[in-house]
Design a protein around this ligand. Structure first.
Ligand code: LAG
Ligand code: CA
Length: 472
């Protein structure tokens, strides 16, 4: 990728969907840094609409009202800044979900104070400021999804579409992103990038500052859903600007794992993806797919979802993004909250995350130290080493890692050839790495190019050269 330097060699990204800033900071220190995560994708940090009448749905955050970081329901600007610093000290980057295609919509409250108290109406955001002339001329919904002019200049679900071709909008968006970079934010998930012409994004990205502390340009990955139309509105039309989310991985590989057809996963990622491996961010579910399709999620699939995320980290295609979310009864439901705090305009305030309580799933914790596998193996190729029916596979990553996956209801004990050097290896899929650097899991011996492991039902075993446990 154009900006691969910022992400290469880092571990997987974890999306801490709707987490409070102070909870993210604590997680960086206690869990994410020690266990090999490279970065956290946080929910949008800018001032947003407050939709009390609709029960404060999670998607309030995708309707910006201004670029103030004071207040979202997840915290204040100073709490955000403290999070970035604490995560950086733990070796973990913060990537911000940047909502820059649009502002608020009409489908909900059309005007009012935003979460930080700014007044607004559709096409009028004095807190930025943006006025009527800063929005695209097409003021109706996209109807022809194959026509780039409509996809990029008309409205996505009635959200006021910024005229990103204009100098004022480009400069204002770049100022917002640079404000975040100045706080140490090291990258961006560009929301709805398909709906912004690539040349407009290029102009905005060219204005971004180097990231203090980490150095270099911010890492960019762009949300470009697949679909019809010319290449300019599909993933390959954006890879010259940064990485893209490869939703084909989600639909093809995610479905295979859901159905226990693990045997074809390596072939699928080798031949069937949308862009090159070093241009892709891949995941089995995200906050949208959890709610609008039948693919894998923790809520629907339990332990199989942990297996799916571990396999996503172990396989060789793209940068893995891990989903961490909360239980919901309706697809609109916001995060667990502390209710409305007096004098706080943000509306319902996100509750501090207590994993396993209040509906917080914390899926990433079930992966233990699996994220260290990605960094240890780098871009070493995958070679299949064992298979038992379609639901059980094991493979090497060069001479650096070995992993086995068992999508059945009973344990799988296998003896397989491996290119791993002889030694005693921690099973990073079943133990975390503590502050002392010691692994809390069982160990497996590689001797004479062979290893015997027992993979739990619906489970994983993963060994790599950076987690040798010579001293037990
Ligand atoms: C995205 N990626 O490109 C986000 O991943 C996705 O979650 C966002 O939609 C979308 N782009 C816009 O940023 C979410 C919800 C929508 C919601 C929208 C704005 O999935 O359902 O739309 O955020 O809050 C809602 C209503 C619509 C209404 C619109 C405007 O559901 O019916 O037209 O608000 O008022
Ligand atoms: Ca647009």
């Amino acid at each position: 990728a154009a900006n691969a330097a910022a992400q290469a060699g880092d571990g997987p990204i974890v999306h801490l969907f709707q987490w409070r800033w102070e909870s993210v900071a604590r997680e960086c220190e206690d869990v994410l840094g020690p266990n090999g995560y490279g970065a956290v994708q946080v929910s949008p940090p800018q001032e947003h609409v407050v939709l009390e009448g609709e029960g404060h749905p999670w998607w309030q955050d995708y309707q910006p009202v201004s670029y103030s970081l004071d207040n979202t329901r997840r915290g204040t600007r100073s709490e955000f800044a403290a999070m970035v610093e604490r995560c950086r000290d733990a070796g973990v980057k913060i990537y911000v979900d940047a909502v820059i295609n649009h502002m608020s919509g009409t489908g909900s409250v059309g005007s009012g104070p935003g979460s930080g108290g700014s007044t607004y109406g559709k096409y009028s955001y004095p807190g930025v400021p943006y006025g009527d002339g800063d929005f695209s001329d097409c003021r109706s919904d996209i109807s022809d999804w194959n026509d780039p002019r409509e996809v990029q200049n008309c409205e996505l679900v009635s959200l006021s579409d910024l005229d990103t071709g204009s100098e004022h909008v480009r400069g204002t968006v770049a100022d917002y992103l640079n404000d975040l970079v100045g706080l140490g934010v090291a990258g961006f998930r560009v929301d709805a990038a398909k709906h912004v012409p690539a040349e407009d994004l290029q102009s905005i990205f060219s204005r971004l500052d180097a990231v203090p502390g980490f150095g270099g340009a911010p890492y960019i990955f762009q949300e470009v859903l697949e679909g019809g139309g010319p290449e300019s509105i599909r993933p390959p039309g954006y890879t010259h600007l940064g990485d893209v989310t490869d939703t084909r991985y989600h639909s093809e590989v995610g479905a295979r794992i859901r159905d226990g057809r693990l045997a074809g996963v390596l072939d699928t990622v080798r031949g069937g993806m949308a862009v090159a491996s070093d241009q892709a961010v891949v995941f089995v579910d995200n906050h949208d797919t959890q709610r609008n399709d039948t693919s894998i999620s923790r809520q629907g699939m339990g332990q199989r979802h942990t297996l799916a995320q571990a396999l996503t980290i172990a396989q060789p295609y793209g940068t893995a993004k891990v989903m961490s979310s909360y239980r919901f009864d309706s697809d609109q439901q916001g995060p667990p909250s502390t209710g409305e705090e007096e004098g706080n305009p943000a509306g319902a305030i996100t509750a501090p995350t207590e994993c396993g309580q209040d509906g917080w799933y914390c899926e990433h914790r079930g992966l233990n130290a699996m994220p260290t596998f990605a960094t240890a193996v780098g871009d070493a190729p995958a070679a299949e080493r064992a298979r038992d029916s379609a639901a059980r596979i094991a493979f090497d990553r060069g001479e650096r890692g070995f992993a086995a996956f068992n999508a059945t209801g009973s344990d799988w004990t296998l003896t397989a050839p491996t290119a791993l050097p002889d030694g005693s290896y921690c099973d990073v899929a079943n133990g975390t790495i503590g502050a002392t650097g010691r692994c809390g899991s069982g160990a497996y011996e590689v001797a004479g190019g062979t290893v015997t492991v027992t993979v739990p039902a619906e489970g994983v075993v993963a060994l790599h050269v950076d987690a040798l446990c010579a001293d037990g």
